[in-house]
Ligand binder design. Structure first.
Ligand code: GTP
Ligand code: MG
Length: 370
């Protein structure tokens, strides 16, 4: 696999390697002649010499990114993937819990969501919806910053006994920036002080005109406490999804996104992965960010064992050699050797990057002490 060293870069720019190293020193980067330079370093150094850089992905990575042309007849409908966002205490966790029909809220310290996960539910009409359980919009933004596009529909929760709040606006802005359709859930409708029309009015003021007022945004009054309106909310999600014509090819190798990963004493590395297309099987070789491994076991959000996971299915996966980052892409590879090679390359690039950053900090500190 290719990489660019200080020496290579000097040759490309037709200058001596000593000049490159000198410039690096001035920038606070200590590099040796044959050290691999990361993309950021290359850009900065080249800029110093008046060059702009165009990156062409290596063959390995390129093969991974290649968009596989799917035949229309291989495509099947897949479940929509939904994220719930909204202001603090407006009822995101309660709504998710009601939908999941489990009681996570009671165990959560202070009622604040501490867990990113994902689960799949069946609606009353027998169809499937996948929910991403993220702690507010930060996870959504963080994943998007990493280039991950996982959400098909965003539900914005607004407590009907409260108002459109700063985080409501932020969440709406994030969803709009990502080009993801929005559905409004007017929650806490059971409360005596609930005034959903006031919320509709506030939304209208920020150009979110709901359907019942002639606008294009679906909205639904719900109570995460009594469950009223929730089946209708799910039907509206499915309606929105139909317009998107969400499809995937279940017969190809699985590709998806890492939702979260951590080290579990006893079980090893556990990663929550969302399969977006293809089907994941026990025994598959998975490359995820700078980690890889053979799928040892898969479970759903209730800990039930799974043998296969098709499109729009979240799984907890055992078998990776480390914890990839939320938002990292994963994909099934043909051979373990290939997966290991790419994972090792990526890990090395990351290590060098953090090493360089650390050195940079050290230099600053010395400067201050002097
Ligand atoms: P953060 O995770 O802290 O941002 O809050 P959240 O949006 O997840 O809100 P959460 O589900 O924790 O709900 C906040 C409070 O409102 C809790 O005390 C819930 O019991 C209550 N609550 C949520 N939904 C409803 C509802 O529909 N009706 C009533 N009466 N109370 C609700
Ligand atoms: Mg919560």
């Amino acid at each position: 696999t290719e990489f660019v060293s200080a020496n290579d870069l000097a040759a490309l720019m037709n200058v001596s390697v000593n000049e490159v190293i000198k410039v690096c020193m001035q920038l606070g980067m200590f590099v040796s002649i044959n050290q691999r330079l990361d993309a950021e370093a290359i850009t900065i150094i080249a800029d110093e010499f008046g060059y702009s850089v165009e990156f062409i992905t290596s063959e390995d990575e390129q093969a991974l990114e290649e968009v596989i042309e799917e035949n229309e007849e291989d495509l099947e409908e897949r479940a929509p993937i939904v994220t719930i966002m909204g202001h603090v205490d407006h009822g995101k966790t309660s709504l998710l819990d009601y939908i999941r029909n489990a009681n996570v809220t009671a165990g959560e310290a202070g009622g604040i969501t501490q867990h990113i996960g994902a689960y799949k539910v069946q609606t009353e009409s027998g169809r499937t919806v996948t929910f991403l359980d993220t702690p507010g919009h930060e996870a959504f933004t963080a994943m998007r910053a990493r280039g991950a596009k996982v959400t098909d529909v965003v539900i914005i929760v607004v407590a009907a006994d409260d108002s459109v709040m700063p985080q409501t606006k932020e969440a709406i802005n994030h969803a709009q920036a990502a080009g993801v359709p929005i559905i409004i859930a007017l929650n806490k409708i059971d409360k005596p002080g609930a005034n959903p029309d006031k919320v509709r009015e506030e939304l209208a003021q920020m150009n979110i005109l709901v359907e019942e007022w002639g606008g294009k945004y679906q909205a639904q009054e719900v109570s995460a406490k009594t469950g009223s309106g929730i089946p209708d909310l799910l039907e509206k999600v499915l309606l929105e999804a139909e317009l998107l014509e969400l499809k995937a090819n279940p017969s190809r190798n699985a590709v998806g996104t890492v939702i979260e990963a951590s080290l579990d004493k006893g079980r090893g590395y556990v990663a929550t992965m969302l399969v977006q297309t293809g089907t994941l099987h026990i025994g598959d070789v998975v490359l995820a960010g700078s980690h890889y491994g053979r799928v040892k076991a898969m479970t759903d959000h209730r800990g039930r064992k799974m043998k296969v996971a098709g499109p729009s299915t979240p799984v907890q996966l055992l078998g990776l050699d480390g914890a990839p980052q939320a938002g990292d892409k994963f994909q099934v590879m043909e051979t373990e050797r290939e997966a290991r090679e790419i994972a090792t390359n990526r890990a090395q690039v990351q290590r060098e990057q953090s090493l360089r950053t650390r050195k940079h900090i050290t230099l600053d500190e010395i400067g201050r002490r002097l």
